[in-house]
Design a protein around this ligand. Structure first.
Ligand code: ZN
Ligand code: ZN
Ligand code: FE
Length: 763
């Protein structure tokens, strides 16, 4: 008996080879019917013997093409008709075809095999791609996603490419960036002033330059990289010096999994993530290897990734490189350069040569960074490979634009059940990043066709994103507290509703009392929150300067807890190495500032507590990059069985609690006085925080009966703290939720802002 079923598939199913895939799946089973693109995705009608149709439906999601992402599959019975075959049909006239856009992904195995095949017409072609791989997001100018609205528009396809493009059974059917030697983009080698160098093989030439220790700027998928040979210490040092990047770790591209195993400790999940088509940078434990120590000094981890463009593969193979430093083509925190001429100007003095090409990058997109915990990748920077795949939400949302925070900015647009986070935009205090912020808002609204009714922003009056939001008219503006947004972000990606206990731990966030928050425990839902507990306030002497110079925080804490004995020069009588090395004049000045409340805002920041401890134990008095003191404190943790933890005290504060740090410092100073090494002290500090938090969560659970705990904020990038706290909370019966899909740091803030703002619209 024949049946006919209509299957509506939504998600990322256009421009990813979905229709040819369904065509093969249907014709292989001798089924009849049609498939067409629709605004939500595709609609399939499938007709044939009931059993075969059932088999088709079951296989449909399982074998979908690699880039497809099915979010919903609805099957209905419909009456049979006279179809004699299976056909790919045009979308209905006038029906607006709108669908999710795929991210840029790594070159696939089929394309790689062709590229290294002497007999293939694309032998060594650095821009080979197909429906399953290559650029997407970064070459789109507008929708619908068709060749004329991409930066491939200027390359008319040759007859051979066009034949592939038009053949539903070809791997390149409707692959918009399809190209070959005949018709597509080409690579060129330029000197530092942007003059084209005549050479037969620019990639081979660039490999020679890298081998000789020079810095080469490479145009990739989402922007330029600056590359040097990672096994050559002099080359790495040269890059650091030119980039004014003192100690911040560089990421390293290794040719294959085998080399990855030689330089880092890999487990199953790490191997999978490294090889995934998103090809993020993965932070992994370093092994002693041929990679220069200059690459990631004072760090137990190394960020490594595998090649992801055909050009990377050619370059690594050509030079026989074991590892290339590949860092964003920019000066310190500026956005990554994307245009050839822009790169020559902006990377002037940084790069010796430029390996460029003439396929324009329309939207910059940095490499994504993840780390692996409990077998699962957790985003530290969600960008290339992931954007613009939405975070799928539990419920429909109004159209909101959330503009994020100040540092590691991302924006978020919501529509229906999708939250589209932008790529990493960067630190907005930087003029160039601010321009990129505008571009991203404009571009995402256009390609996603979202006209926001609401704009959500951080409460900090001086954030550029906030100032921008407050200038917008004709929309509802909703200010969202920073730590509330962190917890809402965690709730959103975990599809939670109702209220939770939220630990929002980070460096800086503007509080509703005007102080700088950062060690916050909230009882929160999307709509509102109560501040159930926070770290006790201490002065942040010098404001921003205290963030750059952790010794200031150490002095602030000592003065706060042990005054009056240690005030002013008295502090110097405290006999620990930290105090002995202090500059008396500087300390006096600092203490005067604190005493007179000059430029010394109060903070409950968890990040600053880490800074103080890092300085006290002698790890880091000044930082060269954000969170360096805290990161190095984590790296210092001894691998021992020591379960000791420095105690915190919970002091009643109205209906909530203050997390007092005095006992912590008493014990820590005691250990310092007894010459306990920094490694042991760091461990005890971390352990103590975890025990204090578990105790606090238990208290709050007794008060509220809530058993779900959300962990968010940049402090949870600390793996030791995060994993230990998750384990301990679960052990005592809490349900623990963390951030995986979006960063727990400020890169994930916009998601939470959007959900909070949307909730305020509900009655
Ligand atoms: Zn491919
Ligand atoms: Zn061609
Ligand atoms: Fe934050």
């Amino acid at each position: 008996m024949e049946v006919r079923r209509q299957i509506e598939v939504s998600g990322i199913v256009q421009g990813v080879g979905f229709r040819p895939y369904v065509y093969r799946l249907a014709t292989g089973r001798h089924l009849k019917g049609t498939i067409r693109n629709t605004p939500a995705g595709v609609t399939i009608e499938i007709q044939g013997p009931a059993e075969t149709v059932q088999d088709f439906v079951e296989h449909l999601p399982a074998e979908a093409p690699p880039l497809a992402r099915i979010t919903c599959l609805a099957v209905h019975d419909v009456p049979c008709n006279g179809d004699q075959e299976f056909r790919i049909v045009d979308s209905h006239e006038g029906e607006e075809v709108r669908t999710l856009i795929s991210p840029d992904v790594a070159v696939c195995a089929d394309c790689l095999a062709e590229m290294f095949d002497l007999n293939d017409r694309r032998y060594r072609y650095p821009f080979i791609n197909c429906t399953n791989c290559g650029p997407r997001f970064t070459i789109i100018r507008d929708i619908p996603y068709d060749r004329p609205s991409t930066s491939m528009a200027v390359f008319p396809m040759c007859p051979a490419c066009l034949a592939e493009y038009e053949n539903p059974l070809d791997r390149r059917f409707h692959a918009q960036p399809n190209a070959c030697w005949e018709c597509g983009p080409r690579a060129e080698l330029w000197d530092k002033s942007g003059r084209k160098l005549e050479c037969r093989d620019p990639i081979a030439e660039a490999a020679l330059l890298l081998q000789s220790g020079l810095v080469v700027a490479l145009k990739g998928l989402g922007g330029f990289h600056l590359a040097v040979d990672a096994t050559n210490p002099a080359a790495v040092a040269l890059l650091r010096q030119r980039k004014h990047r003192v100690e911040k770790p560089f990421a390293v591209m290794v040719p294959d999994l085998q080399v990855a195993e030689e330089v880092c400790e890999l487990d199953g999940p790490a191997r999978t993530i490294l090889q995934s088509m998103q090809r993020p940078i993965v932070l992994l434990k370093k092994k002693p290897s041929i990679i220069s120590d200059q690459v990631a000094p004072f760090n137990r981890y190394l960020g490594i990734f595998l090649p992801y463009t055909p050009l990377h593969y050619l370059l690594l193979a050509e030079g026989g490189f074991k590892a290339l430093v590949m860092t964003s083509g920019n000066l310190s925190e500026e956005p990554i350069a994307i245009d050839n001429r822009e790169a020559v100007n902006r990377l002037d003095g940084l790069a010796d040569h430029f390996l460029v090409h003439n396929r324009d990058i329309l939207l910059r997109c940095d490499d994504s960074v993840v780390r692996v915990a409990g077998g699962i990748a957790r985003q530290l920077r969600r960008s290339r490979g992931f954007v613009p795949v939405p975070v799928f939400l539990k419920d429909n949302q109004p159209s909101v634009l959330a503009v994020g925070g100040e540092l590691k900015n991302t924006i978020c647009l919501t529509k229906d059940k999708n939250a589209f986070l932008s790529q990493h935009i960067g630190d907005l205090e930087n003029v160039e990043s601010y321009g990129f912020f505008h571009e991203a808002v404009e571009h995402l609204e256009r390609i996603l066709e979202i006209r926001p009714e609401i704009i959500a922003y951080d409460l900090h009056p001086n954030y550029f994103s906030t100032k921008w939001a407050l200038q917008q008219t004709g929309v509802k503006l909703v200010g969202v507290q920073h730590h509330h947004a962190h917890i809402a972000s965690c709730m959103a990606e975990n599809h939670l509703e109702g209220r939770v206990i939220g630990f929002a731990l980070d460096g800086t966030g503007y509080g509703t009392d005007g102080h700088i928050w950062g060690g916050e425990v909230l009882i929160a839902g999307y709509k509102d929150f109560e501040r159930a507990a926070h770290f006790e306030y201490v002065p942040l002497p010098g404001g921003e300067a205290a963030i750059r110079e952790p010794w200031r925080m150490a002095v602030s804490y000592l003065a706060h807890h042990f005054r009056p004995e240690f005030l002013k020069s008295e502090l110097l009588k405290f006999d620990i190495p930290f105090v002995r090395q202090l500059n008396q004049a500087k300390v006096d000045l600092l203490l005067r500032m604190i005493e007179q409340s000059v430029n010394s805002p109060l903070t409950s920041s968890c990040g600053r507590l880490f800074d103080a401890v890092s300085a006290l134990v002698g790890i880091r008095q000044q930082v060269n990059y954000e969170a360096q003191a805290a990161i190095e404190l984590e790296m210092a943790i001894s691998e021992s069985e020591d379960e000791t933890g420095y105690p915190l005290e919970l002091l009643p504060n109205g209906p909530g609690w203050i997390i007092g740090t005095r006992p912590l410092f008493v014990s820590l100073l005691n250990d310092l006085g007894n010459n306990l090494p920094a490694a042991a002290i760091s461990r005890r500090f971390h352990n103590g925080l975890v025990e204090g938090f578990v105790q606090l969560a238990t208290l709050l659970c007794n008060q509220t009966t809530l058993r779900r705990v959300c962990l968010s904020g940049g402090t949870f990038h600390n793996l030791y703290l995060s994993q230990r706290l998750e384990t301990r909370l679960s052990d005592v019966g809490f349900e623990v939720f963390v951030q995986k899909e979006v960063p727990s740091g400020d890169g994930g803030l916009s998601l939470g802002q959007a959900l909070v703002a949307a909730a305020t619209m509900q009655p």
